[in-house]
Design a protein around this ligand. Structure first.
Ligand SMILES: Cc1cc2nc3c(=O)[nH]c(=O)nc-3n(C[C@H](O)[C@H](O)[C@H](O)COP(=O)(O)OP(=O)(O)OC[C@H]3O[C@@H](n4cnc5c(N)ncnc54)[C@H](O)[C@@H]3O)c2cc1C
Length: 219
């Protein structure tokens, strides 16, 4: 039985609690749809929040970067981290400025990351991240060599202590603004989509664009 979401005080919404999604499937849904997370921690006494790619395997989040990254080194030192993922679904226009809003699905994960040092697990973490960000590349691209493997840090974060917040639907204007007013109100949906693949200049012109890339452009 998986742990419930928002299992601790710090992972429980205090404002707009009705926007909390408490199903672990909602967490997985947000993490599987978005491509980047923001890793936040306190580094040398000062907060820093950096965008980072990631991948999910069950209830484990993997993220990676250069072994030279101070941020990742700090995260690996078993300090508290907070990882956020945001999907923006739309801009909400209301009659009043105060009720302008956004439609979104966002996830916050609290915990302590762990540096993966064992080679097999490290490769599994890298594959999980690759399969999430560039599905098909693990099979298609040249494989990671030992020098590259040594230069990359892979971290895991358990998804036990997490929260999901979702806003969807119409604007919510005040009763007096519903009754009268001339300002337009509604939702402007926002979608992130892939464009046409552009081959690198050193790729011979006759090289076909591989299926795993085309599939993302024309799903
Ligand atoms: C795209 C986007 C835009 C936003 N814009 C604004 C804005 O302009 N102004 C504003 O006040 N708020 C905005 N929010 C909501 C904001 O993220 C906070 O939820 C809100 O400000 C409440 O803050 P709090 O300190 O009271 O959080 P609390 O509810 O007290 O936070 C307690 C715990 O609840 C969880 N939690 C809180 N917020 C979120 C979240 N968004 N997603 C997942 N878990 C969460 C975390 O685990 C957190 O530690 C926005 C959210 C998104 C996704």
């Amino acid at each position: 039985m998986p742990a419930p979401l928002s299992s601790t005080t710090r992972s429980t919404l205090t404002r707009k609690k009705n926007r909390a999604a408490l199903d672990r499937a909602d967490l997985h849904g947000v993490l599987d749809e978005a491509l980047i997370c923001h890793v936040g921690l306190v580094l040398n006494g000062s907060p820093v929040v950096l965008p980072t790619g990631y991948g999910r395997d069950g209830d484990t989040l993997y993220f990676h970067g250069s072994t030279g990254s101070g941020n990742l080194r700090a995260a690996a030192a078993h300090v508290d981290v907070c990882v956020t993922v945001t999907i923006l679904d739309g801009i909400v226009y209301a009659r009043s400025l105060n009720n302008h809003s956004m439609n979104y699905r966002s996830a916050v994960v609290h915990g302590r990351a762990r540096a993966v040092t064992e080679a097999e697990e490290k490769l599994h973490g890298l594959r999980t991240i690759t399969d999430h960000l560039t599905p098909g590349s693990w099979e298609h691209a040249r494989e990671v060599n030992s020098k590259e493997l040594a230069a990359v840090a892979v971290l895991t974060l358990d998804l036990t202590e997490a929260s999901v917040k979702i806003r969807s639907g119409d604007p919510s204007d005040e009763p007096e603004d519903l009754a009268e007013g001339t300002a337009w109100a509604g939702v402007l949906p926002l979608r992130t989509s892939f464009g046409e693949p552009t081959p690198a200049p050193y790729v011979p012109g006759e090289t076909p664009i591989p299926d795993h890339v085309v599939a993302r452009t024309h799903p």
